[in-house]
Design a protein around this ligand. Sequence first.
Ligand code: 1HE
Length: 269
Amino acid sequence: MSSDFTPVAGLLATLDLLAISQSGPVLHLQLNRPAKRNAISDGLVQQLHTAFVNLPETVKAVVVSGAGEHFCAGLDLTELVERDMQAAILHSRMWHAAFDALQFGRVPVVAVLHGAVVGGGLELAAACQIRVADDTAYFGLPEGQRGIFVGGGGSVRLPRLMGVARMTDLMLTGRVYDAQEGHDAGLVQYRVPAGQGLAKGIALARKIAANAPMTAFAVMQALPRIAEQSPGEGLFTEALMAAAASNTPEAQDRLRAFLDGRAGKIVKS
Ligand code: 1HE
């Protein structure tokens, strides 16, 4: 972790399966069960949910990463005891609630991925707005091999990133994508050398945190919904969102700053 991050106090500090620290407007939330490869137990899902509905007001972007050699080994298989139908449905719905709290929360989330990003770990990553993978990352959906199905929103979110055909392949054949294949398939927006994921994720989060809050709201809440609408409805929603965004004081200030020559121009990276 970069040295200017300090552990948070209060409710978030009581979440023992997470290590949560903050630097200015960026919160770093680390899955902290390295001995179990950050496998997601019921307790960990609930702590993720609690964290994302209780983000400190000062936070404007979140980075999620995993402690140890892997991002996340997915569902904690030791808890996959025989559940009756209703309990199994409620278990899946508990994951949905937690990952919805993340995806449709107040601020954008950057996932920093390394090592195993499998099963429920890939579902968690898919709920984040930005994904950065280092060269050690690999992606799989071992649910097929375990005789189960995705239950953490993967069937909804992953086809929107990589398409139904690729997800079908991963689930039926047990195929594992390496970092490059994951990048090519659309699972991650950034691929970086081994060990550089966190620095990249934090740098991206700092840029995101500098945006006007309404921009984060529009991109997180309106964009995915517009993508699901018919073109006619989408254009109408876009017009409403565009009007709402441009009528905020932050937007007016930023537009004026550019027109006065006080704001940066667009430059090639
Ligand atoms: C676990 C889990 C887990 C590790 N639940 N305990 N996910 C999977 O099917 C992936 C299963 N895990 C693995 O394939 C491997 O553990 C890894 C490739 C992730 C890492 O390998 P490695 O060699 O670094 O670690 P390891 O020696 O396999 O595991 C270290 C310990 O973590 C060991 O416990 P120990 O008590 O013997 O030390 C493992 O048992 C434990 N561990 N992964 C429980 N997943 C909402 S639906 C979502 C559905 C799914 O996510 S299905 C996919 C489940």
